[in-house]
Design a protein around this ligand. Structure first.
Ligand code: AMP
Length: 309
């Protein structure tokens, strides 16, 4: 199916054929995996993908059932295929890959990818099986699309770290690039789930990024103790009746292990329920204040597209 010059592809076979044709024409296939209900955060990744030399941009849109736990919001996760398709045409996406669940998973599928260290902590601790579902579907998308480059958001920092680790450990011939978190003017990180935030919840949700910002400022003033930084962030969340904290943690960017004292490159992460909506956010803690910019890839892989890292 074609809308403008954009193709909409629903099968793995057609997707692989399209990639082979594009590669034959000297294009660099750049994948932006999403679960749809696109917002400016996704669009920033699509625009980043487009900066690759000779980019052939593939956006995948797949609400992956295996990364949702029982009782999570898979059934009510926001979906709007028509709007997403229009947005992708406007962004000059080359291919929208939107397979049905049956195209991605056999009805009796029983093989999953499992990372054995970092995926049990933080998000993984609060969402058992989540990262196994994420890594499994990202690997499947890599096999279906066969991109040279794939672009992910720093918004999901632990996910980004685990995907880079998977690519390195399993020797996927894919180069991972990361885009910074796009925020609302009041600091709230854009998320498809923000649509759930009604009334006063929306304002309380902005408290998450304010709490992180508070810790970042304190860190910039010289505070290095994680316990002090975390407590300052927690204190700034007092008086938000509908906000229930899951965790605030400071990790080393390279190992993703919690650190008692900040050093080099660290990241502060937060997860909380605001009403019934679970939100996550994170910010980097830079030695001496300021911003480093791009998240470092501690597991770099070789990449054959010109202009790639
Ligand atoms: P999702 O559709 O939520 O699975 O996200 C698809 C991709 O967009 C992931 O790589 C996310 O990290 C990224 N993403 C989500 N929200 C943002 C945001 N606010 N800014 C930048 N990237 C984002």
């Amino acid at each position: 199916m074609c809308a403008g010059n954009m193709k909409t592809i629903e099968t793995r076979a057609a997707m692989q054929a399209d990639t082979q044709r594009a590669v034959g024409e000297g294009r660099c296939v750049v994948l932006v995996p999403t679960m749809g209900y696109l917002h400016e955060g996704h669009l920033s990744l699509i625009r980043l993908a487009r900066t690759e030399a000779n980019a052939h941009v593939v956006v995948s849109l797949f609400v992956n059932p295996t990364q949702f736990g029982p009782g999570e919001d898979f059934g009510r996760y926001p979906r709007n295929m028509d709007r997403d398709q229009r947005v992708c045409v406007e962004e000059k996406v080359d291919v929208l890959f939107c397979p049905a669940a049956e195209e991605m998973y056999a009805s009796d599928h029983s093989v999953y990818l499992q990372e054995e260290k970092v995926s049990a902590s933080l998000e993984g601790k609060h969402r058992p099986g989540h990262f196994s579902g994420v890594l499994t579907v990202v690997a499947k998308l890599f096999l279906a699309v066969q991109p040279t480059v794939a672009v992910f958001g720093q918004k999901d920092a632990q996910q980004l770290w685990l995907i880079r680790k998977m690519v390195r450990d399993l020797n996927f011939p894919v180069c991972i690039h990361a885009g910074p978190t796009v925020r609302e003017p009041d600091g709230l990180a854009l998320s498809s789930r923000n649509i759930y935030l009604e009334g006063g919840l929306r304002e309380q949700a902005a408290g998450l990024s304010r709490a992180l910002r508070h810790a970042v400022t304190l860190h910039g003033e010289g505070e290095k103790k994680s316990a002090v930084l975390r407590q300052a962030a927690i204190d700034s969340l007092q008086g938000f009746p509908d906000l229930q904290l899951d965790y605030i943690e400071i990790v080393d960017e390279e190992t993703f292990a919690p650190v008692p004292l900040t050093h080099g490159r660290c990241r502060i992460l937060i997860a909380a329920r605001v009403g019934t909506t679970r939100l996550i956010d994170n910010m980097e803690l830079v030695e001496g204040g300021g911003v480093h910019g791009a998240t470092p890839d501690f597991f770099p892989t070789s990449c054959t597209c010109s202009g790639s890292q």
